[in-house]
Write a protein of this length. Structure first.
Length: 295
């Protein structure tokens, strides 16, 4: 049997060590290479992800800008439509006022024409008749005794010299002075004298106002109804509808009062009475569990 010395054995034991270290070193280097590849891929994915996020952020910005532009466009269109509606309402209100003034002027002219006609008729009745001159060659005739006839006094209308506007202003003076009963009489004279005039519509409205001050809501409602019937498109129509609702509230008839207020808002949305009617409607809505408030 071959004998080895201790140094030889040590040398023999140390012989395979370099080969194992080299293998481990190659494996380590391969792992490091794969790790570097993974790190590079991770870095590339991170860059791609960052670019994608930037693209999404830019897309969101463009989307928000587009949505803001659309909202602004819709808001501008709504504002334009609202302004146009307000302008149309204002124009309609002005046309209604001008039409009222023109009709009132026509009533004044008609009343003046009636006054002139009445004066001409009265002068014609009071004037002496014109006779032919006597014939000097005619035989003398017996002269009848002169008879004195009573003078003919023409009957003139009570409204002679008074236009519907003048009569209306006189009655409104009584109204402003708080003489509501006397004012009602004056307004009724305007209606009886110039029933088809614009002043008659206004007089009918002021009768309703006077009845409200006299705490006669039923009579006020009747007067306002006649105002609406006489002039459904006159400048007193929205106010008459609104005041009719007020009178109905005083009667405790809240259902019909609501109908009057809603009618004002629907037919005359640009009138001041529509705003007042809206405020009244809000007060008509009772709180939960509470009794309706009295007008």
């Amino acid at each position: 049997m071959k004998k080895y010395t201790i140094p030889a054995l040590v040398a023999l034991m140390l012989l395979p060590l370099p080969s194992r270290a080299a293998a481990q070193n190659r494996e380590h280097m391969q792992m490091e290479a794969e790790l570097r590849m993974l790190q590079e891929q991770n870095q590339q994915l991170s860059v791609a992800f960052q670019q994608a996020m930037e693209s999404i952020k830019a897309l969101n910005g463009r989307f928000d800008a587009a949505m803001e532009a659309m909202r602004k466009g819709f808001a501008d269109q709504a504002l334009t439509s609202k302004n146009m509606a307000g302008d149309v309402g204002t124009i309609a209100e002005r046309v209604r006022d001008n039409d009222t003034r023109l009709r009132a002027l026509g009533d004044e002219i008609k009343a003046l024409h009636g006054t002139i006609t009445a004066l001409a008729g009265s002068l014609a009745q009071g004037a002496p008749t014109t006779a032919l001159p006597p014939d000097p060659n005619a035989p003398p005739t017996a002269v009848a005794p002169a008879t004195t006839l009573p003078p003919v006094r023409p009957v003139l209308p009570d409204t002679l010299g008074q236009s519907p506007g003048q009569m209306l202003q006189k009655a409104k003076g009584d109204y402003d002075a708080g003489q509501y009963t006397l004012a009602i009489t004056g307004f009724q004279q305007v209606i009886s004298s110039y029933g088809d005039s614009e002043a008659a519509i206004e007089a009918q409205y002021w009768i309703g106002e006077s009845q409200l001050y006299l705490n006669r809501p039923a009579d006020a409602i009747a007067a306002f109804n006649q105002t609406i019937q006489k002039g459904p498109r006159s400048r007193f129509a929205p106010e008459a509808l609104y005041k009719r609702g007020v009178a109905q509230e005083r009667q405790g008839d809240l259902a019909n009062a609501r109908g009057s207020y809603e009618q004002v808002i629907k037919q005359f949305p640009s009138a001041d009475s529509a705003t007042l009617a809206q405020q009244r409607l809000m007060k008509l809505v009772p709180a939960a569990g509470a009794a309706p408030a009295r007008p």
